[in-house]
Design a protein around this ligand. Structure first.
Ligand code: SF4
Ligand code: SF4
Length: 79
């Protein structure tokens, strides 16, 4: 099976920098940075991402999308 490459889209307008993604990601993909006066999440190490979608599911503000989406991932893994 070809190696899956994951992509993360963070919406800076929705992200409050709450840190939930940092706490919940098992692979340490995220960090909180300060941009201007605002804190927000940043992807620091995408290569570590397992595509588990925990960050997307736990973000209280729907600021994270992981690709491929969960529903596609199931099909890809079954093919
Ligand atoms: S959990 Fe969501 S709102 Fe909180 S820092 Fe992460 S991306 Fe931003
Ligand atoms: S999908 Fe999983 S491994 Fe990838 S950044 Fe989100 S929580 Fe971390």
């Amino acid at each position: 099976m070809a190696e899956l490459v994951f992509e993360i889209k963070l919406d800076p307008n929705k992200c409050t920098g709450c840190g939930t993604c940092v706490d919940e990601c098992p692979m340490g993909v995220y960090e909180i940075v300060t941009v201007g006066r605002k804190k927000q999440s940043r992807v620091k190490d995408l290569d570590m991402c397992l595509g588990c979608h925990t960050c997307e599911l736990r973000c209280p503000y729907e600021a994270v999308k992981v690709y491929p989406p969960l529903e596609d991932l199931e099909k890809i893994l079954q093919s």
